[in-house]
Ligand binder design. Structure first.
Ligand code: 6PG
Length: 238
């Protein structure tokens, strides 16, 4: 993929600053054009600095709708919760109106019902669309080449109809909640944020290895438009 759209940075702080500046510009353009900016947030640790920097900007918060691309099957106050991470890094600091925040309604007793409920939330937010046309979907990538909670050799990888599902992840012996590949690829802009030398081998496989999305799920992210952008620190570059 020599024509990939890549921005590389010396470290995560520089990546976060660059992504924050570009996200503010994109959000303001979308709000000017459509009155709203709808974003699918990634979890984990990489985007935390970006979220903290966003909180210091002058974005029109009431025009932004915050969704999650995936979450863990834990309560919202759990240390592993992606909702909690974003709330602490960003939403509490901007005093976000709860009406603009759409967390996954985690239910550890009935993950399938929780995933179906969130999918209904998405279908209402993106009514009339075949898949959710996010203005921006932020994606991370694990050192096993997963993205969102589409982990290697898991059922959700092959899901073609649903937008959002529960996904049993054997390596963690637990369910996760995740957008499906189609519901990521429908985004107008998709940004991978990747940092750390522990990601280099996975990125090499995703970019230059055989097309084996079951093994390298980040390969599933292949929108049919030029909106895919890779934000990568130099230590993660193959
Ligand atoms: C999650 C994320 C996941 C994450 C990758 C990378 O719930 O963990 O959404 O897809 O982006 O695991 O995580 P790090 O940024 O912590 O390396």
């Amino acid at each position: 993929m020599s024509d990939r759209n890549l921005q590389s940075f010396p470290d995560k702080a520089a990546l976060s600053r660059g992504a924050c500046q570009r996200l503010v510009t994109l959000a303001k353009e979308c709000i000017d054009q459509n009155g709203v900016f709808q974003i699918s947030l990634s979890g984990g640790s990489t985007p935390q600095q970006l979220y903290q920097l966003l909180a210091e900007t002058d974005l029109p918060w009431d025009r932004i709708r915050w969704f999650w691309g995936d979450d863990r099957c834990v309560p919202h106050d759990h240390a592993d919760s992606n909702y909690r991470m974003v709330r602490e890094a960003l939403l509490d600091r901007i005093d976000a109106d709860p009406a603009t925040v759409f967390p996954v309604p985690v239910d550890t007793e009935d993950p399938a019902a929780a995933a179906a409920q969130y999918e209904e939330t998405l279908r209402q937010a993106f009514a009339g669309q075949d898949y959710p046309q996010w203005d921006l979907a932020l994606q991370g990538m694990g050192d096993d080449a997963h993205t969102a909670s589409l982990f290697p050799e898991t059922k959700a990888i092959d899901e073609q109809q649903r937008w959002f599902v529960e996904n049993w992840v054997p390596k963690f012996d637990t369910h996760r909640f995740t957008l499906t590949a189609n519901a990521i690829n429908s985004a107008r802009n998709i940004w991978f944020l990747i940092s750390g030398d522990n990601k280099r081998d996975a990125l090499q496989s995703v970019w230059n290895g055989p097309q084996q999305p079951a093994k390298y799920p980040s390969q599933l992210v292949r929108p049919d438009h030029p909106g895919l952008l890779w934000w990568v620190t130099e230590d993660a570059l193959p």
